[in-house]
Design a protein around this ligand. Structure first.
Ligand SMILES: [Zn+2]
Ligand SMILES: [Zn+2]
Length: 344
């Protein structure tokens, strides 16, 4: 019976927590970022010469009260509960991985140990974490777009037909798990490496460096990535940092924008892999998967179960085509189709 009580307690905590995000500096909907976002939005509003009053421009019913937005809100609470029940118990395992990585390096590469001073660790650790985590995020995101089975889960984030800051929480639980495993992996390996290089003396203050980056990211409009506010950076800067509007292009239902701007903070990965689009290249946007698919992802429950309908469908289609009398020709056609995960 204890587990029923515990689960009920976790559910209650999960339902309350999103209301506290506004005080949590790690969350993009923290009050400081919301405030800076309102200022940035005002700048964009003045530039675009919108006919709407500013408050209406910010809080338009079409955005905040749309069916798509209600799905976002449900995911916010649902995933908050899952984070407590599923993610939190595994999250601290990055420390275990870090200690094990440190031991492994000490045993196998003892000659390099103690090569970094505390000051060097304080500077290098947050910078390397930022770069490595951003790159791994890009790779995971790329995989979600390019591997058809993963795309079926990532689709849930892209099925939003209007964007508001809560859309960032619209993730299928499996994607939530994958993202957290990625975080555990990078945090653990990097902690182990620096623990080894600094002879077990990573200063606690080195984490402050990370907080500085999070703050900067928040102040420069991270909250507006999922919004109708078209905040663009200078053309030159968009080759290095992903602007909010570039992420909005990532959500575009125009096939020309599929699989583009998959980076989180840095645009260099998109440049390296040829997936970057700058704001000047996309003037009018509509969001979602495209009319045919959007219809299947209108409710919260549809978003939750559709991957489990579509994945067997895809596999069956593959299996049937491989077995087809038309043989290789037919199979090739389907394989070509499935290399583009956006293919309906
Ligand atoms: Zn995506
Ligand atoms: Zn997004």
């Amino acid at each position: 019976m204890k587990w029923i009580n515990d689960t009920w307690f976790d559910i209650q905590e999960g339902l309350i927590k999103p209301f506290l995000y506004v005080f949590d500096p790690r969350e993009r909907i923290n009050w400081m970022y919301l405030l800076s976002s309102i200022l940035l939005a005002f700048y964009v509003y003045r530039k675009t010469k919108s006919n709407l009053p500013f408050l209406k421009y910010l809080f338009h019913n079409r955005v905040w009260l749309s069916k798509s937005a209600y799905v976002d809100y449900k995911f916010l609470f649902f995933n908050s509960i899952l984070k407590i029940i599923l993610i939190l118990p595994i999250l601290s395992s990055w420390k275990y991985l870090g200690v094990e990585t440190g031991f492994f390096l000490e045993e196998n590469l003892s000659f390099w140990q103690n090569t970094l001073s505390q000051n060097q660790v304080m500077v290098l650790y947050p910078i390397l974490f930022l770069i490595l985590f951003d790159f791994s995020y890009y790779l995971v995101h790329l995989a979600m777009h390019k591997i058809p089975i993963l795309w079926e889960f990532h689709k849930i984030h892209h099925s939003a037909t209007s964007l508001n800051p809560i859309t960032q929480y619209r993730l299928h639980p499996l994607e939530l798990l994958i993202n957290n495993f990625n975080y555990i992996l990078i945090s653990g390996l990097l902690y182990g490496l620096f623990d080894y290089l600094s002879f077990d003396s990573i200063p606690y203050t080195s984490m402050l460096g990370l907080n500085v980056f999070t703050l900067l990211f928040g102040f420069f409009g991270a909250t507006l990535r999922h919004s109708q506010v078209r905040l663009k950076y200078f053309d030159f800067l968009e080759g290095f940092l992903i602007s909010p509007y570039q992420h909005q292009i990532h959500h575009s239902s125009d096939p020309a924008h599929y699989d583009k701007n998959m980076g989180s903070k840095f645009a260099v990965w998109d440049r390296l892999f040829g997936t970057l689009i700058k704001s000047g290249k996309a003037e009018r946007l509509s969001f979602g998967l495209g009319a045919d698919d959007d219809i299947q992802y209108r409710s919260f429950l549809q978003n939750l179960y559709m991957p489990f309908v579509n994945i067997p469908r895809r596999l069956f289609r593959r299996f049937r085509s491989a077995d087809n009398d038309y043989g290789k020709h037919q199979e090739k056609a389907v394989l070509n189709k499935s290399t583009n995960p956006h293919q309906r």
